[in-house]
Design a protein around this ligand. Structure first.
Ligand code: AHR
Length: 493
């Protein structure tokens, strides 16, 4: 099969904000306990932070990590998670029905971000708490000195303010499962007042209002409109969440998941722009896709877990090769919307629906989905080209007409590179690429491919490299059946 890609230097969607390659560390399951934090582990430092995990997170070059939730945040008391560890209370986390000894809290997270070299996106609890606690948390974190809360932080060993710029105003407040769930009006009013107070503290903070938990919610997209009616002038981003599943084992539909993500983003953009028009506003609302991933493998196993344990094996999806293909397509969808999606967080980072898996007391390894994320994060920074594809399609009952190839080009002017990210969705046909890139004189530097003859292949402790990228000869430029590909080209000028 042939795929012709048409494009040119002057046809650009937008510049990629590197924060599109962010991730998410929720305080639940073994994300923290046994994930990033395991005192006594052979690789852990004197603070109990696992060095093998730090190395992998650094390798991914994740620019921003969201913390501490997720559903967890809606019953989180930030004050419980600071100060001497032996004095911290043990709390029940109602969201995940687990016990949290608060041994890795706000201060530890901020020190961990320094070790991995990322920024923090902190989420405030707008479920069981409200404006007072949010403004106190921000003051504790960001005020240099001279107030009781900022001096408390200094007493806890952080002389310098944390300088956290990105703040999430609650999590999935539209969801009936959320502790402290609210109607759009209730949440919109509260988010507006919290945002006003935080901006009085520092007008440069970047604030994220909760959009819908997914596009299947009955309240979507009315939720977005109402929340933005309240908050448009005082927040900077609207959040989106979406998870993808293949529990019917229907690969053609699963592989077209990026169509659902595209549609969700496009609808949210339309609602944002509608509110902008209603308000006669000059401001553009940007999007923060702060939870996205494949999530379904662990659902049955999670039903068997004992409640109220510390660090249960929760949401430990073991990802397959086909999941990696879908993650590749989802990354392309985010990049295709880089003019509006400025921040995104792969949910999550370690153990819980994550690219990195660990064993307590044992090794850490890369799941299949690690690879498309790694390469996008490494090479997907630049300008996304507005290309057109000429390629065959298949009919799908859920998504209609689906192209056999999902492709995207990033132009990195400084490096004089063009980078192609492409997934061949066809189960048994190779695709030969023809590039019609008008004013680019492009020459292949490298072709990296992720392929496997078993779509259900996984990476495990015993076989951590079962699904791993391979270098391909550049001759011919073909995409193997069912494969994820990255091709780097040098370009002149
Ligand atoms: O990422 C797992 C959970 O998914 C988060 O806690 C919640 O926000 C979402 O429903």
């Amino acid at each position: 099969m042939k795929c012709t890609i048409h494009g040119g230097r002057q046809f650009v969607i937008g510049s990629v904000d590197k924060r599109i390659f962010g991730s998410f560390l929720e305080q639940f399951g073994r994300a923290v306990y046994g994930g990033v934090y395991e005192p006594g582990h052979a690789s852990s430092d004197d603070e109990g932070m696992r060095g093998d995990v730090i190395d992998l997170v650094r390798e991914l070059d994740v620019p921003v990590v969201r913390f501490p939730g997720g559903n967890y945040v809606s019953n989180f008391n930030w004050e419980d998670s600071i100060g001497p560890k032996e004095e911290r209370p043990t709390r029940l986390d109602l969201a995940w029905r687990a016990t949290d000894p608060n041994q890795f809290g706000l201060d530890e997270f901020m020190r961990w971000t320094k070790k991995v070299g990322c920024e923090a996106m902190m989420v405030v609890n707008l479920g069981t708490r409200g404006l007072a606690e949010a403004r106190e948390m921000v003051e504790y974190c960001n005020h240099p000195a001279g107030s009781t809360l900022s001096d408390l932080r200094r007493d806890h060993g952080a002389d310098e303010p944390y300088g956290i710029k990105m703040w999430g105003l609650g999590n999935e407040m539209d969801g009936p499962w959320q502790v402290g769930h609210k109607t759009a009006d209730e949440y919109g009013r509260l988010a507006c007042e919290v945002a006003k107070a935080l901006k009085l503290f520092d007008p440069n903070l970047e604030l994220i209002a909760c959009g819908s938990s997914n596009s299947e919610m009955d309240t979507f997209p009315q939720w977005e409109e109402t929340v933005l009616d309240h908050t448009y002038d005082v927040v900077d981003y609207l959040s989106l969440h979406m998870y993808f599943r293949n529990d019917e084992d229907d690969l053609p539909t699963f592989l077209a998941s990026s169509k659902r993500m595209d549609g969700f983003i496009d609808t949210v953009i339309n609602v944002c722009d509608y509110v902008k028009a209603k308000k006669r506003s000059k401001k553009t609302m940007y999007l923060c896709f702060d939870e996205w991933n494949v999530w379904f493998h662990s659902n049955e196993q999670d039903k068997t877990l004992e409640p109220w344990t510390v660090g249960p094996h929760l949401l430990e999806d073991v990802y397959t090769f086909e999941d990696a293909l879908v993650v590749g397509c989802l990354l392309n969808s985010l990049l295709r919307h880089c003019d509006r999606v400025k921040i995104a967080c792969l949910a999550q980072l370690v153990n819980t629906i994550a690219p990195i898996m660990t064993e307590d007391g044992g090794p850490a390894w890369r799941q299949t989905i690690y690879w498309p994320f790694y390469y996008a994060s490494m090479y997907g920074r630049g300008e996304v080209l507005d290309i057109r594809l000429e390629v065959g399609t298949y009919q799908n009952p859920t998504y209609g007409e689906v192209e056999w190839v999902d492709a995207l080009f990033v132009h990195h002017q400084r490096e004089q590179e063009l980078v192609l990210f492409a997934v061949n969705r066809h189960p048994d046909k190779e695709v030969s690429l023809a590039l019609e890139l008008a004013d680019f004189d492009a020459e292949v530097i490298e072709h990296v491919v992720l392929e496997h003859n078993d779509p259900k292949a996984t990476n495990t402790r015993e076989r951590p490299d079962e699904v791993a990228p391979q270098k391909r000869s550049s001759a011919g430029l073909t995409l193997a059946p069912l494969s994820w590909n990255m091709v780097r080209f040098t370009v002149k000028g």
